[in-house]
Ligand binder design. Structure first.
Ligand SMILES: [Zn+2]
Length: 392
């Protein structure tokens, strides 16, 4: 009797396992619907993360340079102040934040190249009454050119130290995941940080949380921001989109990290969710609202429950993308996890690619100052035109 019950249990477990590892389009749709429901109106700028992503990572090409140049050349928003100690000097596409401390400035990300860093970071800082010569550290949130491009120039000009994760320093030194002539070369290796380590400058401490997924060494920095007498806790999500191709390890990492940071954000009381792309946190609209001073609540202080929901939206979108890749595997592309270590991912035959290209064109055509594109959500699909998508 006991034995029978045991066997039934095994049979049931096997059945359950089978049904959970073979998702269908219904599974994907369910995840996307869940994400949309969790996002609601206030976080709908995160929903592009739920769009289907290509199975192959973009390779350097003229089309990619062209796409990047369009993104870079959008009219920039005015620089602005988000908190007493936090300023925005980024572009319409990529963020650059300046954290002011009692003993100098910490620049968080350095845009695509020297020219852009000179125009927007140095120029924007001067407009805001900040002296670039006070920059002590440049934090590179992850090793993609849209975040490190201007870092070496800033480091050399102001004798600033450059901080990145050990993992992404290695990537920047030994093999870039993406490259483009629009980007300056990566900065020279300087300070390498690991998960949970902190940097204190004067009255301010930044905690570096390594949240692998977007890159293997993405840093999501956590620090205090001040508004008059009030202190809030901010986190910049350091890498958002799934632009790594069919790499299941990355997606699993992303799912784990959004769960971890969801728990930690509750524990630490993180109530200011920020991004390193203005389209993913509504930076420009929030800066305008703060400058206008008309809203009763601080536009950047979304509250802890919103941070929680943001992590859940990203988590659910990652699950949707994982299900899409599992469906591809089911359709004959082989063991989807076998491709996890392949830096290019395994190309697969899939008619969704037309959708990617279409979505990419739509995204590029939007052209407003806060479009929700992060490098390179749907942007580089055009680079796959004419590429034979077959299993290697
Ligand atoms: Zn990136």
């Amino acid at each position: 009797m006991i034995r029978t019950a045991y066997l039934s249990g095994v049979a049931l477990a096997t059945l359950v396992a089978c049904t959970t590892v073979t998702p269908t389009q219904v599974t994907v749709d369910q995840y996307v619907d869940d994400a949309r429901r969790i996002a609601g109106e206030d976080l709908k700028f995160l929903m592009p993360v739920c769009s289907p992503q290509p199975a192959v990572r973009a390779v350097p090409s003229a089309a990619m340079d062209e796409s990047l140049s369009k993104l870079i050349n959008q009219p920039p928003p005015a620089p602005g102040q988000a908190f007493d100690n936090l300023y925005y000097v980024g572009s319409a596409w990529v963020s650059a934040w300046v954290l002011k401390t009692s003993e100098g400035l910490i620049l968080i990300d350095a845009l695509n190249n020297t020219n852009e860093a000179a125009d927007l970071i140095e120029g924007g800082m001067r407009r805001l009454g900040l002296d670039p010569a006070q920059i002590r550290y440049v934090l590179v949130t992850h090793g993609h050119g849209d975040h490190y491009g201007g870092a070496q120039m800033i480091a050399e000009r102001y004798r600033a130290r450059v901080v990145a994760s050990e993992i992404d320093w290695k990537m920047m030194e030994t093999g870039l995941e993406f490259d483009s002539k629009m980007w300056d070369r990566p900065p020279k290796r300087d300070i390498a940080v690991h998960d949970g380590e902190t940097l204190t400058l004067g009255d301010t401490t930044v905690r570096f949380m390594i949240t692998p997924g977007h890159t293997l060494g993405t840093i999501s920095p956590v620090f205090d921001v001040r508004d008059g007498g009030r202190v809030h806790k901010a986190m910049i999500w350091g890498g958002t989109s799934f632009n790594f191709g069919r790499d299941m390890g990355r997606l699993d990492g992303y799912i784990a990290q959004t769960e971890r940071m969801r728990e930690l954000s509750a524990k630490w009381g993180i109530d200011v969710p920020l991004s390193n792309h203005p389209g993913f946190d509504g930076t420009v609209a929030k800066l305008k609202a703060r400058a206008a001073g008309t809203s009763v609540t601080h536009p950047f202080v979304s509250g802890q429950p919103v941070v929680d929901r943001a992590m859940r939206v990203l988590n659910t979108c990652a699950r949707a993308q994982r299900a899409r890749f599992l469906i591809m595997a089911q359709a004959g592309a082989g063991d989807v996890y076998a491709s996890g270590s392949d830096p290019q991912g395994h190309a697969t035959s899939h008619d969704e690619d037309d959708d990617h290209i279409h979505a990419g064109m739509l995204a590029l055509g939007a052209g407003n100052d806060a479009q929700p594109i992060a490098f390179p959500v749907n942007v580089f699909a055009a680079a796959n035109v004419g590429t034979h998508l077959g299993r290697r």
